[in-house]
Design a protein around this ligand. Structure first.
Ligand code: PEP
Length: 255
């Protein structure tokens, strides 16, 4: 049985004072601290909030970056290496988010290199994949996902694959749009991802891997999505910004 993993993606939102009040409110909403033991909770936050989030989080909550560079150091203005993330004491990073692929031309190969670099630094990669609306409409969803996974895996050393990684299936058309994949649509893709991982990296790793759904998950639809056999959690954008909304998703996952 895989433990559910609920991750917020704060994108370019919040200041330090807002981070403190968010976690105070989250504690008010979830007074039973054992909830954070029953479900893994994480937040992908801007680097300016690493320290504050690490101080203010409830015990057990993981703090993630939203991106990293795969090179250990060098002339890469504006970037952060995985050693820097580890030094900042964060637990891992979201990588390959569709916004990074779309606005910063991030390729699946680059995502694979980041995956490898994170694992080698002892950090948790949360690898996003997902199809666009035209790709779904033309029946290419699983081909696109397969290609994204294979291109990334081609850059990950075999030895790195034994370390934990998380896959987030995020249909691009569902991100920030209020449109959600139905639980059945999402389950179909999650099942495909697990079966494909099983072929590529073996049954044991695929069975252990937590596959999150992302795309307008909210307090109202989380329970049904999370009840599907291959949906092991959620990557949540908009609904992670308010503690009152996000706490409901955490509680839906903690039953
Ligand atoms: C995301 O950005 O990862 C995401 C899923 O956003 P939203 O929940 O707002 O659709």
């Amino acid at each position: 049985m895989r433990k559910k993993f609920i991750a917020g993606n704060w994108k370019m939102h919040k200041l330090r004072s807002e981070t403190r009040s968010f976690f105070d409110e989250l504690r008010d909403q979830i007074s039973d601290a054992s909830v954070f033991g029953r479900v893994d909770v994480a937040f992908g936050v801007p680097a300016t909030l690493f320290d504050e989030a690490l101080k203010a989080r409830p015990q057990g909550v993981k703090i993630l970056a939203q991106n990293c560079h795969f090179e250990p150091q060098g002339a890469f203005t504006g970037e952060l290496s995985t050693a820097m993330l580890q030094d900042a004491k964060v637990h891992g990073s979201i990588i390959g988010h569709s916004e990074r692929r779309q606005y910063y031309a991030e390729t699946s190969q680059a995502v694979g290199k980041k995956w490898d670099a994170l694992v080698k630094q002892g950090l948790l990669p949360c690898v996003c994949v997902g199809e666009t609306r035209p790709e779904r409409d033309s029946g290419r969803t699983v081909d696109v996902i397969r290609q994204q996974i294979d291109d990334s895996l081609s850059q990950v050393a075999k030895t790195s694959l034994t370390s934990e990684f998380i896959i987030a299936y995020e249909p691009v058309w569902a991100i920030g749009t209020g449109l959600t994949a139905t639980p059945q649509m999402a389950q179909e893709v999650h099942q495909f991802i697990r079966a494909h991982l099983s072929q590529k990296v073996g049954h044991e790793i695929a069975d252990r891997c937590r596959i999150l759904y992302g795309g307008s998950m909210n307090a109202a639809n989380a329970k049904e999505l999370l009840s599907m056999p291959d949906i092991d959690g959620g990557l949540v954008g908009g609904a992670s910004l308010k503690a009152v909304d996000f706490s409901k998703i955490i509680l839906a996952a903690s039953v």
